[in-house]
Write a protein that binds this ligand. Structure first.
Ligand SMILES: [Zn+2]
Length: 212
């Protein structure tokens, strides 16, 4: 939003918008990727699970494109609305200085409202590039958190086994994937099955009821 900024937009507004947008995208992408990983399953972060989850997260990011006009709202407000109001108030459209002839003694503006194309290419490209960078950083952070959670589970199980655990042990994943579980079974080792598996999906096995 900093690129292609309307002249009447204060610096702090541009920075605040950029900051909030970045934080919101970050939170959305981290949450989505942690849920995608939990849905895909797989203990120990196998490459295919990570790849499937990233593909899912990319698909999950696409609906955000519908919010692009919302992200351009400050541009409209400060590029059209504010200058028009100031002009109606007989003030400088660019800086709000009381009308004392043009060029404006405060900012040098000529008193006309600069033509501003709302859906200009540059701010949209900048938004998309920024969102892509946030996506990559958020997925890396989510992967880091998932791996930490799995290694915590592994050392927890190791401790319990050392203390004499002989039966299966299960706990929910940490973070946004807490609807799925990490599992340890003395016979089968570590596992993190997809939580909503179905009998018609190849490779399905019931984790709740033994087969008749
Ligand atoms: Zn001015």
């Amino acid at each position: 939003m900093i690129a292609g900024r309307a002249p009447s937009m204060p610096n702090w507004v541009a920075m605040l918008c950029g900051w909030w947008l970045g934080v919101a995208l970050w939170g959305y992408f981290v949450a989505f990727h942690e849920m995608a990983r939990a849905l895909v399953g797989g203990f120990g972060s196998p490459g295919t699970s990570v790849a499937f989850a990233i593909a899912g997260s990319i698909v999950g990011a696409l609906p955000l494109l519908a919010l692009l006009p919302v992200a351009l709202l400050p541009r409209w407000w400060f590029g059209r609305r504010v200058p028009e109001r100031r002009k109606a108030d007989k003030r400088c459209p660019d800086c709000g200085y009381p009308d004392s002839g043009f060029p404006c003694p405060e900012c040098g503006g000529d008193g006309t409202i600069a033509e501003l194309e709302l859906f200009a290419r540059r701010p949209i490209v900048w938004l998309l590039v920024g969102a892509a960078v946030m996506f990559v950083l958020a997925v890396a952070w989510a992967e880091f958190r998932i791996r930490q959670d799995e290694s915590r589970f592994r050392s927890d199980v190791d401790q319990r086994v050392a203390a004499g655990l002989r039966e299966a042990f299960t706990r929910p994943r940490a973070g946004w994937g807490s609807f799925a579980t990490l599992q340890y079974d003395p016979a089968g080792g570590f596992d993190a099955p997809p939580p909503f598996d179905h009998p018609r999906i190849p490779g399905w096995r019931s984790t709740e009821r033994p087969a008749p």
